[in-house]
Design a protein around this ligand. Structure first.
Ligand code: NAD
Ligand code: GDD
Length: 323
């Protein structure tokens, strides 16, 4: 009998990692998850779950199996605007994530793993291409000359280059995606690392009648958001393709944060006012550009923003009621 294909998910206790483990298990793979913590909202579906710190090279060496079929590198010190744009976490974000990636690139090469996926970010794109909320440019080939607007973005860009160097010099079979704001149930929704979709759903769910929903900035800044199931489809498709990337994995449905908040209010059937307040905002406009991935991988998102956000709101509403 043919042995089961085996995958290792680094960051399996996180939002995308825990969903990916479920998906890979549904596909019939044997899955090992590694993280410094267990998933917060449901039991991991992994066959094995190792609690370990990937900044320690021994943890990486001891747990990445020789010639394993697939390794997904999602672990990192990451968060939304309230975490990466305040400047307060810059040293940790850079050190912790870079240390993990340095270890993973080296060990994945030594262990001759078959395929490695690295989750980079839309935050690598130059700040000057994202000053107009109507016309941001996030085409893959616009990344250089580089000027990300956060240390988080610089670390991701450095790590893209690190993995590509291992590919060039040692033949590492790496696949790189630049995720654009992924959202869905079981994402961080409070505590400081939450991103706008979950944060705004929480604020709307918590708002009593007559209380305004407060959002950061003037609300005219734009983003695009990709539903978790679409993210997993694209991730796995890229992983099993002959392409390397970097590819954007995101939605092209761009929306201002004010309109996003109105959408959540409509979904919740609430009529609260919206109040814009001072807060960390990041770039003025950002939206995925999908020509490359459409052409090479024949992938585009299936979920509309409204369908995905309805699912997120329902889950967050439950969390708020249960807390
Ligand atoms: P997440 O924070 O939910 O998951 C990251 C996981 O990494 C966490 O469970 C964390 O405990 C783990 N981790 C951190 N340091 C570790 C260490 N030293 N050893 C072991 N595990 C460690 O984040 P996510 O939203 O699931 O994102 C996954 C990846 O995708 C990250 O690398 C992130 O930068 C990237 N990404 C995500 C988005 C998004 O919108 N969610 C956008 C762009 C890029
Ligand atoms: N987090 C958050 N919370 N953001 C808010 C809020 C709030 O209550 N109110 C308004 N916003 C605004 C932020 O000011 C920002 O302008 C916009 O919503 C989006 O914020 P986030 O979702 O937190 O972050 P981001 O889109 O700037 O960056 C995220 O996406 C990248 C990939 O596209 C981060 O999660 C990065 O880690 C990720 O790589």
């Amino acid at each position: 009998m043919k042995a089961k294909k085996k995958a290792i998910v680094l960051g399996a206790g996180g939002f995308i990692g825990s969903h990916l483990v479920k998906r890979l298990k549904q596909e019939g793979l044997y899955v090992k998850g590694i993280d410094i913590k267990h998933p917060e909202f449901s039991e991991s579906a992994a066959d094995e779950f190792i609690i370990g710190d990937l900044r320690d090279i021994h943890t990486v060496q001891n747990n990445i199996d020789e010639a394993v079929d697939e390794v997904y590198q999602l672990a990192g010190d990451v968060g939304g605007a309230g975490y990466i744009f305040t400047g307060l976490n810059d040293a940790n974000v850079m050190h912790n994530s870079a240390q993990i990636n340095l270890n993973v690139a080296k060990v994945a090469t030594e262990k001759k793993i078959q395929r490695l996926f690295f989750s980079s970010s839309a935050c690598i794109y130059p700040a000057e291409n994202q000053t107009n909320p109507e016309t941001p440019n996030c085409e893959e080939n616009s990344a250089y000359p580089a000027n990300p607007d956060s240390e988080y973005g610089w670390e991701k860009l450095m790590s893209e280059r690190l993995y590509l160097s291992y590919k060039r010099n040692f033949g590492l079979n790496v696949k790189i995606a630049r995720f654009h704001n992924i959202y869905g149930p079981e994402s961080t929704w409070k505590g400081g690392k939450e991103k706008a979709p979950a944060a705004i759903c929480r604020k709307v769910a918590e708002a009593g009648s007559g209380q305004p929903v407060e959002i950061w900035g003037d609300g005219l800044q734009t983003r695009s958001f990709l539903y978790i199931d679409d993210c997993l489809d694209a991730t796995i498709r890229l992983m099993r393709s002959d392409y390397t990337g970097p590819y954007n994995i995101g939605s092209e449905e761009m929306i201002s944060m004010l309109d996003f908040t109105k959408l959540v209010l409509a979904i919740s059937s609430k009529t609260n006012a919206i109040k814009t307040i001072h807060g960390p905002v990041g770039v003025r406009g950002r939206c995925s550009h999908n020509r490359l991935i459409e052409n090479d991988l024949e992938w585009s998102p299936a979920y509309t923003l409204e369908t995905g956000v309805s699912k997120l709101y329902q889950w967050i509403h439950q969390q708020v009621n249960n807390s």
